[in-house]
Design a protein around this ligand. Structure first.
Ligand code: ADP
Ligand code: ZN
Ligand code: ZN
Length: 730
C-alpha cells in the first residue's frame, strides 16, 4: 500500500517532527531524502524520516510538500538511524539535529553533486627546483611550492588560498616558470610514501588484537603514555582496513593544532583522505562529505562533527585523545562525539578504538566493567622515557612576574645546552585583571560576573566570556588614581619577562591571540621545529599532540590554577592537561623533565600525580566519584535557563522542579541553583540538575519532562536547554 503521510524533520526549535501529505508519485520516496516544505509563512528544507499511513493530525489540516530534492536518500540508513538515536538520547529538536549533521550547502537544499574545483599541483620540474634552487630571493614562492609538494595529487585552489592567503602572486610566478600547473580534476597521483617503523611488541599486540576484531563490533581503549606510538597503531589498523576495501573514520580534537598528525596520515596511506573541520569552506566541506559517502576516499579525518560523516564501506572508527573536552558540543545540539562513536560502531557492527595517554574516567570505568578491552602501551617508543615531574615550591621564592628564580635558572641551563624549553600557562592576555593600587577597584565586565583581562599589546580590556572590550582607562574610574596595576599573569606577560631575562633568545608565544591569523600557528610551529625559537610559551594549544624533539624542560607556570575548581571534573581536567603538557618533554633521545610551580606542594592531587602518574590519579578519582555518587557512577542531565532579568529563570526552574518531582522516584532533582557564573553576556543564568543511578529511568524521565517543560507558561520568558551528560556545570 502507498504511504500517504510523510513525517518530516524541519529545522526549528520545536521538539517534534511534522506530518505532510505525500505527492502522487510517492512510490520513489524513501527516508533520508530531503524535501522542501511549507513551514509557517516560509519554505524550509526538511528531512524525510518516516513514511506513514496515518497521522494524528486531521487530513484536511495537512499540507502537501513542495518538492522532493533527492532522487536517492542523501543520508544512508545508518546515519538516519544514528541521528534518530541521538535525538532521543540528547532530547534535542529533530530538525536541528539534521541541520547539525549536514554540510551547509546540502542543508540549504543544493543538489548533492560534488563541485569540481580547480587544483594546483607541483610539476616534476617544480620538485626539482625545490630541491636545487637557492630560494633566498623568493621565500614566498618556496613556501607555496613546499606546501604543494606535500600534496602530489594537487591541492584545491580554495584550500590553498585558505592555507596560504598571500600566495596568489607567487602562484602566478611559479606557473610562468612551469613549476606548478593548474588541473581541473583530481588525478590520483601515486604519493611517495614513507616507510613504516618496525612496531615494538606492545604496539604489535595492540594492532593484532584490533585487526583480529575487524569483522564485528568491539570497543578498545588504547591506553598509551605520551609518545608511546599510539598514532602508529592507528596507522596500521587503518592500513589493514583499507586493504580490505573498507573506510576508516578518525576523530581528533582540533585539526588546526595537529598539522603533524595529518601529515603523517598523508605520508603513510595510499588512499585519498578527506579532512573535515570547522575551517573548511562550504564547498570543500560538501565535496569531502559526498566523497566519503560515495566511497571515493578511504579515510575521513575530522573534528567532533565528523562523527556524522557518511561512509559507504565503514571499517573502523578511531577517536584520538578520547578524553578531550572538545568532543562534547557545548551549545545547541549537545552531543558527545566519543560517545556517539561507540553507538555508531555498534550500529555499523565495526570496531572502535579510543586512544589516550590520560583516558577519561568514563572510559576507564567501561574497561573495569568489561565493556571496553584495554590495550596498553606502557612505555615511550625507543630510547625516550617519560619525563619525571618535579614540584617546585614557590612559597617565599623571589619571583619575576610569575617565574621563580629557580625555574629561570633551570631554563638558562637548558638554553646553554642548546635545548628548547616549553612554558605552559593556561591564561592568555597580559594579566587576568587590572587593579587600582589606591582603592582596590578591579576591572570587571559589565555583562558578566567576571573580570576583564588586560591585553597590554592591544591596549584593551577584554572579557573572555562575552568578548566585550574597552580601551585601557587612563585612571581609576572609581577614585581617579593613575596607579593602575596588572594583577596576575597571562601568556603575554610571561613573554615580556622572558624577553627581559633572556635577551636575544627566540620566543614563540602560542595562544589564541598570537595565532588568530591563518597560517600563523603553522609558521610558529615551523620556527620551533627549525630551532629558530628556543622558548615556547603558550596555553593548552601547546598541550595537544605536538612533537618537539628538542624540548627537554616543560615548566608549568601556575599549577595552582585548577586545584580548587568549582566543578567536580576540575581535577580530572587538570590532571589530563598537566600530563599532556608534560608529555611534550623528552620525546626523543634527550631526556626531559617537568617542573610544576606551586604554592601548595603538599596538595594531594599534585602528590598523587608526581608519585603515581595518571593511573594513580585515576584510581583515586574513580574511588572519590563512587563515594560521592557522581558520574561516571551516576547519570546526569542539566536543565539550564537564562533571561535578561534574574526572576524568570528561577520561576521556570521552580516550576520544572515541581512537575519533575511528580514524574519519577528514581531521579533526584537538585536545585534550582545559580550557574557558577551567574551573569554572562548580560543574562542571568540558573540550573537544575537531574541525576539517577541508572540510565533507563533517567531517559524515561527526560522524555516526559521535556514534554511538560515545553508547555510551562514560565518557559516563554526564558531561554532553556537540556544538557544530557553535561561536561561542565558552567
Ligand atoms: P603517540 O601517538 O602515542 O604520542 P606517536 O605514534 O606519535 O606516539 O609516536 C611518537 C614518535 O615515535 C613518533 O615520532 C613516531 O614516528 C615514532 N614511532 C612510533 N612507533 C615507532 C616504532 N615502532 N619505531 C620507531 N619509531 C616509532
Ligand atoms: Zn581607585
Ligand atoms: Zn563579559
Amino acid at each position: 500500500m502507498k504511504a500517504k503521510i510523510l513525517r518530516i524533520a524541519v529545522p526549528s526549535p520545536l521538539y517534534r517532527s511534522f506530518d505532510y501529505l505525500a505527492p502522487e508519485e510517492a512510490g520513489a520516496l524513501r527516508p533520508g531524502m530531503r524535501v522542501r516544505v511549507p513551514f509557517g509563512q516560509r519554505e524550509q528544507v526538511g528531512m524525510l524520516v518516516e513514511l506513514r499511513d496515518d497521522s494524528p493530525v486531521a487530513p484536511e489540516s495537512l499540507r502537501p510538500i513542495v518538492a522532493v530534492l533527492d532522487s536517492e536518500p542523501l543520508l544512508p540508513p545508518d546515519l538516519l538511524e544514528l541521528s534518530l538515536w541521538a535525538q532521543r538520547y540528547y532530547h534535542h529538536p529533530p530538525g536541528e539535529v539534521f541541520s547539525t549533521l549536514l554540510p551547509a550547502l546540502l542543508r540549504q537544499g543544493r543538489p548533492a553533486l560534488p563541485h569540481s574545483a580547480p587544483l594546483w599541483r607541483i610539476t616534476p620540474a617544480g620538485q626539482q627546483a625545490l630541491a636545487d634552487d637557492n630560494w633566498r630571493r623568493a621565500p614566498r614562492q618556496q613556501i607555496v611550492l613546499t606546501c604543494l609538494a606535500k600534496y602530489p595529487a594537487g591541492v584545491p585552489a580554495e584550500q590553498l588560498k585558505h592555507e596560504l592567503p598571500a600566495g596568489s602572486d607567487s602562484l602566478r610566478a611559479l606557473l610562468e616558470k612551469g613549476w606548478v600547473e593548474k588541473a581541473l580534476d583530481a588525478m590520483p597521483v601515486p604519493r611517495t610514501l614513507t616507510t613504516p617503523p618496525v612496531l615494538n611488541p606492545a604496539q604489535e599486540q595492540a594492532v593484532t588484537e584490533v585487526c583480529a576484531a575487524l569483522s564485528g563490533f568491539a570497543a578498545f581503549l588504547l591506553d598509551g603514555v605520551t609518545g608511546s606510538g599510539k598514532t602508529e597503531v592507528y596507522l596500521r589498523v587503518v592500513e589493514t582496513v583499507l586493504n580490505r576495501g573498507r573506510q576508516a573514520l578518525v576523530i581528533v580534537p582540533e585539526i588546526g593544532l595537529t598539522p603533524q598528525l595529518l601529515a603523517r596520515f598523508e605520508s603513510r596511506l595510499h588512499s585519498p583522505l578527506a579532512v573535515l573541520h570547522s575551517g573548511l569552506g562550504d564547498r570543500e566541506r560538501m565535496n569531502a562529505w559526498l566523497a566519503a559517502r560515495d566511497g571515493s576516499i578511504g579515510v575521513v579525518i575530522g573534528t567532533r562533527s565528523a562523527i556524522f560523516a557518511p561512509l559507504k564501506r565503514p571499517g573502523v572508527i578511531i577517536v584520538d585523545e578520547e578524553h578531550d573536552p572538545s568532543f562534547k558540543q557545548q551549545e545547541g545540539f549537545r552531543y558527545h562525539a566519543r560517545d556517539l562513536a561507540i553507538v555508531r560502531a555498534r550500529q555499523l557492527n565495526i570496531p572502535v578504538v579510543l586512544g589516550s595517554a590520560t583516558p577519561s574516567l568514563e572510559s576507564l570505568l567501561n574497561v573495569q566493567r568489561g565493556r571496553y578491552r584495554c590495550l596498553r602501551l606502557p612505555h615511550r617508543v625507543g630510547a625516550a622515557v617519560e619525563p619525571p615531574i618535579e614540584i617546585l615550591d614557590i612559597r617565599a621564592q623571589p619571583m619575576n612576574d610569575g617565574l621563580s628564580r629557580p625555574l629561570l635558572n633551570r631554563i638558562q641551563a637548558q638554553l646553554e645546552q642548546g635545548n628548547q624549553v616549553l612554558l605552559f600557562l593556561n591564561r592568555r592576555g597580559f594579566a587576568p585583571t587590572l587593579i587600582c593600587h589606591e582603592c582596590g577597584w578591579l576591572s570587571e565586565c559589565r555583562h558578566c560576573d567576571a573580570h576583564l583581562t588586560l591585553h597590554l599589546r592591544r591596549r584593551r580590556l577584554i572579557c573572555h566570556h562575552c568578548g566585550a572590550r574597552q580601551p585601557l582607562p587612563p585612571a581609576c574610574p572609581a577614585c581617579g588614581s593613575i596607579d593602575l596595576r596588572a594583577l596576575g599573569q597571562g601568556t603575554e606577560r610571561i613573554e615580556e619577562v622572558l624577553k627581559q631575562e633572556f635577551p636575544g633568545i627566540g620566543l614563540a608565544r602560542i595562544d589564541r591571540d598570537s595565532t588568530r591569523r591563518k597560517g600563523s600557528l603553522q609558521a610558529l610551529l615551523q620556527a620551533v621545529e627549525k630551532g629558530e625559537r628556543q622558548i615556547l610559551i603558550g596555553t593548552q594549544m601547546l598541550a595537544k599532540g605536538h612533537h618537539f624533539p628538542d624540548v627537554t624542560l616543560v615548566g608549568v607556570v601556575d599549577a595552582d590554577q585548577g586545584l580548587f575548581g568549582a566543578d567536580f571534573r576540575a581535577s580530572e581536567r587538570m590532571a589530563q592537561l598537566l600530563l599532556q603538557v608534560a608529555g611534550r618533554a623528552g620525546r626523543a633521545e634527550k631526556p626531559g623533565v617537568v617542573v610544576l610551580q606551586t604554592h601548595y606542594p603538599q596538595h594531594p592531587l599534585l602528590q598523587t600525580l608526581v608519585g603515581g602518574g595518571y593511573p594513580a590519579f585515576a584510581a583515586a578519582a574513580l574511588a572519590e566519584r563512587q563515594a560521592a555518587q557522581l558520574p561516571p557512577f551516576t547519570c546526569q542531565a542539566l536543565l539550564r535557563a537564562d533571561a535578561l532579568e534574574p526572576e524568570s529563570p528561577w520561576a521556570f526552574l521552580t516550576q520544572a522542579l515541581e512537575v519533575g518531582k511528580e514524574l519519577s522516584r528514581d531521579v533526584e532533582l537538585l536545585g534550582p541553583a545559580p550557574a557558577p557564573m551567574e551573569r554572562r553576556e548580560g543574562r542571568y543564568r540558573a540550573q537544575l540538575l537531574a541525576q539517577s543511578a541508572r540510565r533507563p529511568p533517567l531517559q524515561a524521565f527526560l522524555d516526559r519532562w521535556v514534554e511538560r517543560l515545553t508547555e510551562l507558561k514560565t518557559a516563554r520568558k526564558v531561554r532553556w536547554s537540556l544538557d544530557v551528560d553535561p561536561q561542565d556545570l558552567l
